[in-house]
Design a protein around this ligand. Structure first.
Ligand SMILES: Nc1ncnc2c1ncn2[C@@H]1O[C@H](COP(=O)(O)OP(=O)(O)OP(=O)(O)O)[C@@H](O)[C@H]1O
Ligand SMILES: [Mg+2]
Length: 283
């Protein structure tokens, strides 16, 4: 992949996770594992581990913008992803860069709700996503709760593929070319108990058409950063020249292997990290 001109370059605009399972650290790992040089704009510093988020300190929006500008001024960024954007002001600066055509192949992972259920964004931030950022996204990757919030419908309802497709179409009405509604956090999915689903379903929507993408459930508590890893891997594959469906398919396979590889790990008291480098799958 590394030609004479160097590897493809991607940019992640996201928060730091001190436990390194999610956020900028997950993005760096996923992009690196896929042979893509990851550049970064940090939006917040969080103190967290596998079990809890202890503190979140936002980086001023102007400093987020300065990081983006410094990277863009010097490096050939071919794809971008956003993760935690903390505030309407931060969403605004990213939206302005996107509107100016400076963020190619923009993947927006609209992080709004922590796995604990805690809301990470206020109403103004939600509106900023809807009006200022999503219209410029190539792909947006909400989980079910985030898709419902963006679509303005009741959140938290368990969904079947048809309902997910309908949600995806409503999010697509906000302007992104493609929408991937993720079903990894369906009720029961991670418990692995008698009633747990055996399959996980994501739905990819484009121009009204919906493709149901299924995978075998990986039964594990080590699922910290699946969403970050998925969007980072997608941006990396877009930077490498894949089209959207190919990148999404490759990224889902990448997440699946990373989940399966770490399924037997015992790291931390809570939701442990993934295995993006395939350490558990020696060739
Ligand atoms: N246990 C699992 N087994 C197989 N695939 C999974 C599992 N959990 C999540 N996935 C997949 O991982 C990707 C991320 O989906 P998920 O719904 O977990 O996103 P998310 O809610 O944004 O995650 P995060 O909590 O990291 O923000 C999707 O492609 C989903 O299908
Ligand atoms: Mg997420």
């Amino acid at each position: 992949m590394t030609g004479r001109a160097g590897p493809p370059v991607a940019l992640t605009i996201a928060g730091s996770d001190s436990g390194a399972g999610a956020g900028i650290q997950a993005d760096l790992k996923a992009m690196s594992a896929l042979g893509v040089l990851a550049t970064t704009a940090v939006t917040a510093v969080t103190a967290q581990n596998t079990a809890e988020v202890v503190a979140v300190h936002p980086v001023p929006a102007e400093l987020v913008d300065a990081q983006i500008a410094a990277v863009l001024a010097d490096l050939p960024v071919a794809a971008t992803k956003t993760g935690l954007l903390v505030s309407a002001a931060t969403i605004d600066v990213v939206g302005r860069r996107a509107a100016a055509g400076q963020l190619p192949s923009l993947v927006v992972d609209p992080v709004m709700v922590a796995s604990t259920g805690r809301t990470l964004l206020d109403e103004e931030g939600l509106e900023a996503y809807r009006r200022r950022l999503l219209p410029h996204a190539l792909l947006v990757t909400p989980n079910l709760v985030e898709a419902a919030l963006l679509a303005g419908t009741e959140p938290g309802r368990a969904a079947d593929p048809e309902a997910m497709a309908e949600l995806g179409r409503r999010v697509a009405d906000l302007g992104p070319a493609w929408v991937l509604v993720k079903g990894g956090h369906l009720p029961g999915v991670h418990e692995g108990g008698r009633h747990a689903a055996r399959r996980v379903v994501d739905v990819l929507v484009h121009e009204g058409r919906a493709d149901v993408l299924e995978a075998d459930l990986v039964v594990t508590v080590n699922n910290h950063g699946t969403g970050c890893t998925l969007s980072a891997a997608t941006a990396a594959l877009l930077a490498s020249g894949d089209d959207v469906p190919t990148a999404v398919t490759g990224a889902r396979r990448f997440v699946h292997r990373a989940l399966a590889g770490a399924a037997g790990w015992h790291l931390g008291r809570g939701h442990g990290p993934l295995d993006p480098f395939g350490w558990s799958h020696p060739r």
